[in-house]
Design a protein around this ligand. Structure first.
Ligand SMILES: [Fe+2]
Length: 160
């Protein structure tokens, strides 16, 4: 089953917000295929909280309401499985200081994942770790049904 994953970088920007996107293409996003039990694993950076763009009417609204423009750190997921409705969601990192004041009101308690700081010399995928690392685990619950998945986030190759 395919799972699309994407998140901001460690400066709080998505790849498409970077000038380098035109020449270097996507980053901090990928499609994974689960194993037969629906599990998948990947290594990435620990994303950070970030401000939404404030240079348009939304920014003016935020200014007028005296709210900050910050989103708590999170990772986006698009999960598809036969017999289930496609699930598009994001999972937030427990402990982020903006969890209670997300500028777009997207946080729900069930979307917050614990992130453990680990010092084990080996990560779960069997690779050696030269520095402390973090482990985030999350169980997705999907609603039975059918539905068309949204257009994939990654560009398709011509022979796909
Ligand atoms: Fe986001």
């Amino acid at each position: 089953m395919p799972v699309d994953v994407w998140h901001a970088d460690n400066d709080g920007y998505y790849d498409s917000q970077r000038p380098s996107y035109e020449t270097e293409g996507p980053s901090s996003r990928a499609r994974f295929i689960t194993d037969a039990d629906g599990r998948f694993f990947f290594r990435t950076i620990l994303p950070c909280s970030y401000p939404i763009p404030t240079d348009g009417p939304v920014g003016e609204m935020i200014l007028q309401t005296r709210r900050h423009p910050m989103r708590p750190a999170h990772v986006h997921f698009l999960v598809n499985a036969p017999g289930y409705e496609p699930l598009i969601t994001h999972v937030f990192i427990d402990g982020d200081k903006y969890l209670d004041t997300d500028v777009v009101f997207g946080v729900k308690n069930e979307l917050i994942a614990k992130v453990e700081k680990r010092t084990d010399p080996t990560t779960p995928d069997g690779k050696s770790a030269a520095a402390p690392w973090h482990l985030m685990t999350y169980d997705f619950r999907m609603k039975p049904g059918e539905g068309a998945a949204p257009k994939p986030m990654m560009a398709e190759t011509e022979d796909a």
